[in-house]
Design a protein around this ligand. Structure first.
Ligand SMILES: O=C(O)C1=C[C@@H](OP(=O)(O)O)[C@@H](O)[C@H](O)C1
Ligand SMILES: C=C(OP(=O)(O)O)C(=O)O
Length: 434
């Protein structure tokens, strides 16, 4: 059955809200992987519970790791010898489809990886080739993509490997996260045009170091992980700052103030760039005892920004840019064509469908603001396209979002949080998504 269109709520007044966002997807899924490979039981506290993270937990459980619920609502992770046969559903989670194959080479027995149709299109070739170079037996039917089977033998030789990570930083993170458990560790050398989303690699390196792993990144595009144990930890997951984007955008386009609770003063999350990007677009922000207080006037300026390092912020920035008083140019994001959907094509098509004037270029978007009108907004199973549509709907009456439930990939409570932001009661559609 086709789910009903979600009528995006209109902001009838400036917003004034404090928002407590669930944990970061990227931190939660790294913490789970590292806990599964650790030298003893550990905790992932305040984890994000969403489609991507429950798939990660389920994948680890399938290989023998215990991921237990605690009375406080956290996860206790008890490592165990990894084993197959097992089947891992990656859904459409880049982190699951990239991070678990290297880990699965440490299992005894075959591990089968399957997922959503889109996961079979997203690039994985660099990880597959690297794992083979490092000594793994991977059967991908020659496709360089999912579905595939890793025939684990209980360990991997490891060593030096060259990869082209220009289409996803996750290829590098994937090899580094399990690398300490390879006999010779791993040295990843990137060859190709520049790696996107480097803050996400910094996050990987920081979390490895916090677990006592020696990581050397003195040379550009080269990362060395020394073999050794990964210390069990008690990790408290930061709020997801990329998911703060639509909430801050609400204050920008409708005016008002939004405080994102517990915004970390120091973080490797790319969402931290929003403080600068949204200030350039007309907002202002300050740290308070509660978190980050962000204020907008409803007047939005266009921006010329290279988003290569923070690509996952693009859908929200594009939505705000479509409502600005001057044109915008977003560049450095060709790799977004291989995200959950072709995000450049999707954003151009859907904003134009409402009367906008957006061109998708070879490496980004050119956005010339126009008065927008009511209409349906297709989301292509992409959580961030759905939340971008909600931002436009705040000030363009009559925007109806197809499949709002797709926000469950990283933010299952989005419709409820969005209604609360606006001080409105949630419609019945809210229940469909949670
Ligand atoms: O490692 C991670 O947690 C992520 C890395 C980035 O991937 P790409 O480098 O493929 O853009 C980002 O877009 C994704 O949402 C999460
Ligand atoms: C690109 C994203 O996700 P994934 O981890 O599936 O790559 C995203 O969340 O914007």
């Amino acid at each position: 059955m086709t789910p009903p269109l979600w009528p995006a709520p209109v902001a009838s007044a400036p917003v004034d809200a404090v928002v407590a966002l669930p944990g970061s997807k990227s931190v939660t899924n790294r913490a789970l992987v590292l806990a599964a490979l650790a030298d003893g039981p550990g905790y992932v506290r305040r984890p994000l519970r969403s489609r991507d993270t429950t798939l990660m937990a389920a994948g680890l459980r399938a290989m023998g790791v215990a991921v237990e619920e605690t009375a406080e609502g956290d996860w206790r992770v008890v490592p165990a010898p990894l084993r197959g046969p097992a089947r891992v559903d990656v859904g459409n989670a880049g982190t699951v489809m990239r991070f678990l194959p290297p880990l699965s080479t440490l299992a005894e027995g075959p591990i089968r990886f399957e997922g959503d149709p889109r996961a079979y299109e997203r690039p994985l070739d660099a990880v597959i080739l690297a794992l083979r170079d490092l000594g793994a037996d991977v059967d991908d039917g020659g496709a360089g993509r999912l579905p595939m089977t890793v025939r684990g033998t209980g360990g991997l030789r490891g060593g030096i490997v060259e990869i082209d990570a220009s289409s996803s930083s996750q290829f590098v993170s994937a090899l580094l996260l399990s690398g300490a458990r390879f006999a010779n560790g791993v040295e990843v050398r990137h060859v190709g045009t520049s790696v996107p989303s480097t803050p996400h690699i910094e996050m990987t390196v920081a979390m490895l170091r916090a677990a006592g792993v020696r990581v050397d990144h003195a040379e550009p595009d080269v990362w060395r992980v020394a073999p050794g144990p990964i210390a069990a930890r008690d990790v408290v997951v930061e709020p997801d700052l990329s998911n703060a984007a639509p909430f801050m955008a609400a204050a920008l386009v409708a005016g008002g103030t939004v405080t994102i609770r517990d915004w970390p003063r120091e973080t490797t999350q790319p969402g931290d760039w929003l403080r600068d990007l949204f200030t350039r677009m007309g907002g202002s922000c300050e740290f308070t005892a509660e978190g980050l207080r962000f204020t907008g006037t409803g007047e939005v300026h266009g921006i010329d920004a290279d988003l290569h390092d923070v690509g996952e912020l693009t859908p929200t920035i594009a939505a705000v840019a479509a409502l600005a008083d001057s044109p915008s140019r977003l560049t450095g994001i060709a790799h977004l064509r291989m995200h959950e959907t072709d995000r450049l094509a999707a954003l151009a098509k859907e904003i134009n469908n409402l009367g906008g004037d957006v061109t998708d270029t070879a490496d980004g978007l050119e956005i010339r603001p126009r008065p927008l009108r009511a209409g349906a907004f297709q989301t292509y199973d992409d959580h961030r396209i759905a939340t971008a549509a909600a931002v436009i709907g705040l000030v363009v009456p009559g925007v109806e979002v197809e499949n709002i439930a797709t926000t469950a990939k990283t933010l299952p409570d989005f419709p409820l949080l969005w209604s609360a932001l606006l001080g409105q009661a949630a419609g019945p559609e809210a229940a469909t998504a949670s």
